[in-house]
Write a protein that binds this ligand. Structure first.
Ligand SMILES: [Zn+2]
Length: 340
């Protein structure tokens, strides 16, 4: 393992560190892969390794450069990304990035910029950054970090050396989450929905998505109809983090996360009804509940529930009123076909 807290991507670090030793470190690097898999942290660890004063076991995280990078006070490293409340990576961020890259390095001998959320660059931002990448960057290196989503920045990507971060296997994922002290059910949930990404898995636990998904599924699996309005309200309470000024931009991803989990469970129920074995399911840990649920409904109804959930996700993404979308969804799930 090259870095203690970044697992599963050693081949990437080894290649880049070899390039550094040969004086051929790329000026523009793209780290692509699922959100929360450690791309930005990896960039930071690489910069620390290249700047570390220790004789061996770099990065030591104890010498001056290691610490100043870790504490976010190093004048030669900036980490920029989408501004709070914005849905795109806007031109003012790119202007700031370009200004930073043009400065002279003071401590590390190089200016390092980590630009997160690169997939959210709009055309204006992308064109501006592209102009910078067309000139030699001199004493500067840029790490572009982007999620798995199809990029709108192909022209920029073609100027970068690209490295793809794969999702982590179960073992590495659990190792990185050891501090969360998860019980067996939470672990099963993370395996099913964490997407091999420690950052995302952490979010699911820390934002209490696990807890709400359990409540949500309990209501879906319940043998008696629930009041759709009460459940919709409970879910909306969950997606609001309590900040009064919070916009729907912040709430929507939480709601979509929760509904995606529901869709995957309902899809598994269809597969079970079609004779699938547990190892073929995403949510094998819910097998018992899903069997009862599937046995009480016909296949057509099960499929309609999956479709209704997927279209609810689309409606939320299209900005329809979330409470109304949820009420309609719950009504569809409960009022047609539940026979127990
Ligand atoms: Zn060090």
């Amino acid at each position: 393992m090259v870095f203690k807290d970044v697992h599963g991507h050693d081949h990437i670090f080894e290649r880049l560190l070899r390039a550094k030793t040969r004086g051929m470190f790329p000026h523009a690097i793209l780290f692509a892969g699922p959100k929360g898999v450690g791309k930005s942290l990896a960039a930071r660890r690489l910069i620390q390794t290249m700047s570390c004063k220790a004789a061996e076991d770099k990065p030591c995280l104890a010498c001056y450069p290691c610490r100043s990078i870790e504490n976010g006070i190093c004048p030669d490293l900036r980490i920029l990304g989408k501004l709070e409340g914005k849905s795109q990576l806007t031109i003012d961020v790119i202007d700031e990035a370009i200004r930073f890259l043009s400065l002279k390095p003071s401590e590390l001998g190089c200016k390092y910029l980590i630009l997160e959320d690169a997939e959210l660059m709009n055309v204006e931002s992308a064109n501006k950054l592209l102009k910078t990448l067309e000139e030699p960057l001199g004493h500067a290196a840029l790490f572009l970090i982007r999620g798995s989503r199809k990029p709108s920045i192909a022209t920029i990507e073609s100027r970068c050396q690209k490295f793809v971060f794969a999702p982590l296997d179960d073992e590495s994922l659990m190792l990185l989450l050891a501090d969360l002290d998860l019980d067996d059910r939470q672990k099963a949930f993370i395996r099913a929905h964490g997407g091999g990404s420690p950052g995302y898995a952490r979010k699911l636990i820390e934002e209490d998505v696990f807890h709400y998904a359990e409540k949500f599924l309990e209501a879906i699996f319940a043998s008696r109809e629930k009041n759709p309005y009460v459940l919709a309200d409970a879910i909306m309470e969950f997606v609001s983090t309590g900040k009064s000024d919070e916009t729907m931009i912040a709430k929507r991803p939480r709601l979509v996360r929760l509904l995606s989990i529901l869709a995957s469970v309902l899809m598994d129920a269809v597969k079970l009804a079609e004779g699938a074995i547990p190892s073929e399911l995403t949510n094998a840990y819910l097998e018992k509940e899903m069997l009862v649920y599937a046995a009480n409904s016909d296949r057509g109804k099960l499929l309609r529930n999956v479709e209704a959930t997927l279209s609810a996700i689309k409606d939320i993404e299209r900005n329809l009123h979330p409470t109304i979308v949820l009420e309609n969804l719950f009504q569809t799930i409960w009022t047609r076909g539940w026979t127990a």
